[in-house]
Design a protein around this ligand. Structure first.
Ligand SMILES: Nc1ncnc2c1ncn2[C@@H]1O[C@H](COP(=O)(O)OP(=O)(O)OP(=O)(O)O)[C@@H](O)[C@H]1O
Length: 236
């Protein structure tokens, strides 16, 4: 059963009386990469978590084309600072498979394949907590992709990584997108947004100011705030 379109109707997220997101109206179709941009504190993280369903709406509605429980099983989320379990690299990557009952041996074999893809093939038994920031991000990505999700949310997966680690992560994401994984991702890096995006959402103050095909957005946003943001001006 199809997951998309995903429809948000007047969606609002509030915490301690403050509106973090919304109201937003949005329809996302089922192909490509949607890149979410906006200034610090604009609500990108809260917006992604709302779409993923880990943050509940305080107003409005969010509807997948399939039942919610079904949609939840078919999506994964890579957080900005991924948590490593106090276990080996291979066990960290295998964990999502173990959760759905894949036998240990098979889960480890599939995790070892992923570890090789992210250049951690020689570190299978190393405690994951000893990995560098870039290695952790790659591990988190492998752990998210190992169940072959139809939708992958990523919150600034390359924040504070160097060029090489960023390129490696972008390669994995491009491959995932080419094999049909729907990407919905925030970034501060406009170069990265341009390399990966099929469409762009600009969020300022919790609201969507632009939602456009990447080409149109980068050629010239429709709104004054969009134009200012792309010029690098401070927008709030
Ligand atoms: N649980 C919470 N309770 C109260 N305020 C919160 C909560 N979570 C986030 N906020 C606030 O909501 C605003 C939006 O936060 P959010 O993390 O979604 O923004 P962001 O665009 O991802 O920011 P950044 O780019 O800096 O990571 C911020 O001002 C933040 O401090």
């Amino acid at each position: 059963m199809q997951m998309f379109p995903l429809t948000v109707d007047q969606g609002v997220v509030r915490r301690r009386g403050k509106v973090l997101v919304g109201p937003v109206d949005l329809t996302l179709e089922g192909v490509g990469a949607t890149i979410v941009v906006g200034p610090n504190g604009a609500g990108k993280t809260s917006f992604l978590k709302m779409l993923h369903g880990v943050v509940r709406l305080n107003g409005g509605s969010l509807t997948w084309a399939c039942p919610r429980a079904e949609a939840e099983k078919r999506q994964a989320f890579v957080f900005q600072t991924p948590v490593m379990m106090r276990r080996s690299v291979v066990e960290n990557i295998a964990y999502p498979l173990r959760l759905i009952g894949v036998p240990r041996k098979e889960a480890r074999a599939r995790a070892a394949d992923w570890a090789r893809r992210i250049d951690l093939g020689d570190a299978l038994e190393r405690p994951a907590v000893l990995l560098s920031g870039g290695e952790r991000q790659k591990l988190a990505l492998a752990r998210a992709l190992i169940r072959d999700p139809e939708v992958l949310f990523l919150d600034e997966p390359c924040a504070s990584l160097d060029g090489r680690a960023t390129r490696e992560i972008e390669e994995i994401l491009t491959e995932a997108a080419q094999s049909g994984t729907r990407l919905i991702m925030s970034t501060h890096n406009m170069g990265q947004a341009q390399r990966l995006a099929d469409e762009v959402i600009l969020i300022i103050g919790g609201r969507i100011h632009e939602f456009a095909p990447a080409e149109a957005f980068f050629a010239g946003p429709q709104t004054p705030q969009g134009q200012a943001f792309l010029r690098g001006d401070i927008v709030e």
